[in-house]
Design a binder for this molecule. Structure first.
Ligand SMILES: [Zn+2]
Length: 359
């Protein structure tokens, strides 16, 4: 089903390219194609920056590259430096923030972390989380100069992989008035690569999020549900809610990424993620196995949707934080998939910011 959809979308994309090349007029900018160009420049070591391990000069290089892109489109970029502790050592990073004007002062925050893991040989952080950053850049480029229904802040977080530090620092910097004005936060983390596109809400059990003030916590699913509905309006792959698994009702996620700090402030959040919750992975149906593709398994058993031998399996269909999280490998294993999913994510964010439908 999914592969058929993908093949169809690719054919449509190719047909679109031919039309554009035969057209004497300037081609309409395609946000999805631009997003893939940005992803290549950010995550390919051969063609751009490559891996951006948290706390390294490459992380700073990525921040500067993002800021240059945004400045080039006419945005005022705010740099928010912050520090955090790692094993007793003070570390430094920064968030980058731009504001898109809205008819209303009410705020929507859209975020993605730009750092990547560095421990795993070969990972270039293409899907985790070059893809989220690339989609947000394409959104910024597409919506420049436009006035949206609500004021939008695009926030590029540093130091996620070391403890979600950028999002924590940004959330802590918001005034009570800003928090009160914020209608939604959308987190983009690993929005391409895995088999199925999901949108999650925060968890209905506040205990999952370890908030400093649990009384403020919001798990309102309205942002998730709006994104889900918008993805079903055609011209893109529909997103899904993950099925329930032990400890996690359908469509609800844990506190392990940048959305968590915002849910703790009482802001309704949504989290876009490409993975596969139908696989019985190392710890069950938890979404940590991203794909059924046999190339990502020592041995995959399609009848049980699990490893042939659960004792000896070492790969478990995982992409993030592995040697497979790089565009050259992903293109080899899943031709055209990252382009399509990145285009879907970008399209969905643009639709949402133009028609938030939240009040
Ligand atoms: Zn991530």
């Amino acid at each position: 089903m999914h592969k058929t959809l993908l093949a169809f979308s690719l054919a449509a994309l190719l047909a679109g390219c031919n039309d554009a090349s035969n057209d004497s007029k300037a081609p309409t900018p395609n946000p999805g194609e631009h997003a893939y160009e940005f992803l290549t420049q950010l995550s390919s070591g051969a063609e751009g920056i490559g891996a951006r391990p948290t706390g390294t000069a490459s992380e700073t290089e990525a921040a500067n590259w993002i800021a240059d892109k945004l400045t080039g489109w006419g945005y005022d970029v705010t740099r928010q430096p912050f520090s955090y502790q790692k094993k007793g050592v003070e570390m430094h990073s920064q968030n980058l923030i731009v504001t898109l004007p809205g008819k209303s002062d009410k705020l929507i925050i859209v975020g993605a972390h730009y750092d990547s893991t560095g421990e795993q040989k070969g990972s270039e952080g293409a899907t985790d989380n070059g893809a989220g950053v690339a989609a947000m850049l394409a959104v910024a480029e597409t919506l420049k100069g436009q006035t949206l229904p609500y004021t939008v802040r695009l926030v590029f977080f540093g130091a996620e992989e070391n403890g979600i530090n950028g999002a924590k620092a940004y959330a802590a910097s918001l005034s009570a008035d800003e928090v009160g004005a914020t209608l939604a936060m959308v987190n983009n983390d690993t929005i391409a690569g895995g088999d199925i596109l999901y949108v999650h809400s925060a968890h209905s059990d506040v205990a999952e999020y370890n908030c400093a003030d649990p009384s403020r916590y919001s798990h309102d699913p309205k942002v998730r549900d709006r994104l889900l509905a918008l993805s079903r309006q055609g011209d893109m792959t529909p997103f899904e809610l993950h099925p329930a698994f032990p400890g996690y009702p359908a469509g609800e996620t844990g506190a392990w990424s940048d959305h968590a700090s915002f849910a703790c402030l009482g802001i309704p959040v949504a989290y876009l993620e490409a993975t596969n919750f139908t696989i019985n992975g190392a710890d069950g149906y938890d979404g940590y196995s991203q794909s059924t593709n046999p190339a990502l398994w020592d041995c995959y058993d399609a009848t049980t949707k699990s490893a042939c031998d659960r004792e000896s399996e070492t790969q478990w269909g995982k992409i993030w934080h592995t040697q497979y999280d790089r565009l050259d490998k992903l293109q080899e294993i899943f031709p055209g998939r990252v382009q399509q999913q990145l285009s879907d994510g970008t399209t969905l964010l643009i639709r949402f910011l133009r028609e938030p439908g939240l009040e």
